[in-house]
Design a protein around this ligand. Structure first.
Ligand code: SAM
Ligand code: SF4
Ligand code: SF4
Length: 380
């Protein structure tokens, strides 16, 4: 494979195992690129970035896991919190219940953080807040798109007006989750206070219409529904409602509460196998792809198989936490106290060597690091 060289990986990790892994991913990339016009829309380097991410993040492949723990390759993905400002009061979100002072990330800090990741391939730009309330959000997104980074964001579409949709689509955003936890306006008003159902629906429709006008596959639109006692009965209706919108939907993802923290524990509910079957049946009938987040699964892997740490989550103040599933527990002080470090204060290389090094030694030996004590994805 000629197109994989050290320049492409940024000159890092010139070792045999890395070489082998990259070659395998490059082969898959090339085949997909040749076969599927939707990938040709984006370019081969971008597709390699995506395939690399998909091969590593959450991997269950033993040889890749072994490589990750042994070599601990410097991170090539991150999630970034561009703001903790929010103008809504969603019932299930920690933001509604905490007293963390709101803060926007400056463009300077953003660039400083990005400069810590020379081989960045994938980025999420959603934190605990409304990203659009940071005036530099779109500029930040464009900055990463110009580096060929795959970008996946979450938004409830309160602020994705037609003008914003156009900018996001034109700059090449790759995937956008619609955070929508209701099939009806009534439940929406209960769950997601601070936005108007009609405006959100109209914004979603415009986003889809503009994409179609431009004959684009990307950005893919995914829907994200957090299941609680208040909306579990409308999961199937939710699929019908989405079908009736007549927008192109890549997938509908159901998730349960990450942590049943005390202010919301009364709304926590498990999704039974029976319920999942009914949802899958409805999805088949409508021709919609659905998925259930790994936090809804009964059979959890042992903690030493975690590969989620390959995608650090960076708070607005630079604190690095090992993964996004540690969020939404309404205990940010604990997250900061047990964090592997702060990228703005120490730089990522130091955070990776020291804080992460210790955490990965522990995980690798089957121990539970302090910051992972409340893990909801793996068996402790
Ligand atoms: C924290 S929000 C931030 C982005 C934006 N404000 C939004 O609402 O989409 C990101 C995602 O987290 C989800 N979320 C909020 N509270 C949650 C909880 N307690 N458990 C799991 N996911 C949650 C939201 O539904 C949303 O899809
Ligand atoms: S889910 Fe999003 S919009 Fe709702 S309170 Fe949390 S950060 Fe704000
Ligand atoms: S909290 Fe769980 S999923 Fe996150 S890094 Fe720790 S072990 Fe992995």
């Amino acid at each position: 494979m000629k197109f994989i060289d050290y320049a492409m990986r940024g000159g890092e990790h010139p070792d045999i195992e890395r070489e082998k892994l990259e070659r395998q991913i490059a082969n898959v990339t090339l085949n997909l690129f040749m076969d599927d016009p939707k990938y040709q829309e984006k370019g081969i380097k971008w597709l390699f970035n995506l395939m690399f991410f998909q091969s590593i993040y959450c991997t269950r492949d033993k040889s890749i896991l072994n490589y990750l723990y042994k070599k601990r390759p410097y991170p090539e993905f991150f999630e970034l919190e561009v703001t903790t400002l929010c103008d809504m009061r969603c019932r299930l979100c920690e933001h509604t219940h905490w007293n963390v002072p709101p803060k926007n990330m400056s463009f300077e800090d953003f660039k400083k953080i990005v400069s810590n990741f020379p081989n960045l391939k994938w980025a999420g730009m959603t934190g605990i807040g409304q990203s659009m309330l940071n005036k530099d959000y779109l500029k930040m997104m464009k900055y990463l798109k110009d580096k060929n980074v795959y970008i996946e964001n979450f938004d409830n579409f309160k602020h994705i007006t037609p003008e914003v949709s156009k900018q996001m689509i034109d700059m090449g955003l790759d995937k956008l989750y619609v955070s929508l936890d209701a099939a009806t306006e009534e439940t929406f008003n209960l769950m997601q206070k601070g936005a108007k159902w009609d405006e959100v629906i109209s914004n979603i429709k415009f986003f889809d219409a503009y994409k179609k006008e431009k004959h684009l596959h990307w950005p893919e639109l995914w829907f994200h529904f957090i299941v609680t006692k208040d909306n579990i009965d409308e999961m199937e209706d939710y699929l019908q409602m989405i079908f009736d919108l007549e927008v192109d939907v890549e997938c509908v993802q159901f998730t349960k509460l990450l942590h049943a923290f005390k202010e919301i524990e009364d709304t926590h509910v498990e999704i039974s196998l029976e319920k999942k079957k009914k949802v899958f049946e409805k999805a088949r009938e409508l021709g919609i792809r659905v998925g259930f987040n790994m936090n809804t699964s009964d059979g959890k892997d042992p903690i030493k198989n975690c590969a989620v740490w390959t995608q650090p989550f960076i708070f607005v103040d630079g604190t690095v936490v090992a993964c996004c599933s540690q969020n939404e527990q309404n205990d940010r002080p604990f997250q900061i106290e047990t964090s592997p470090g702060n990228i703005l204060k120490d730089g990522m290389r130091k955070v990776w060597k020291k804080g992460y090094g210790k955490m990965l030694d522990e995980l690798n030996s089957g121990k539970v690091p302090k910051n992972c004590e409340r893990c909801v994805l793996y068996k402790k």
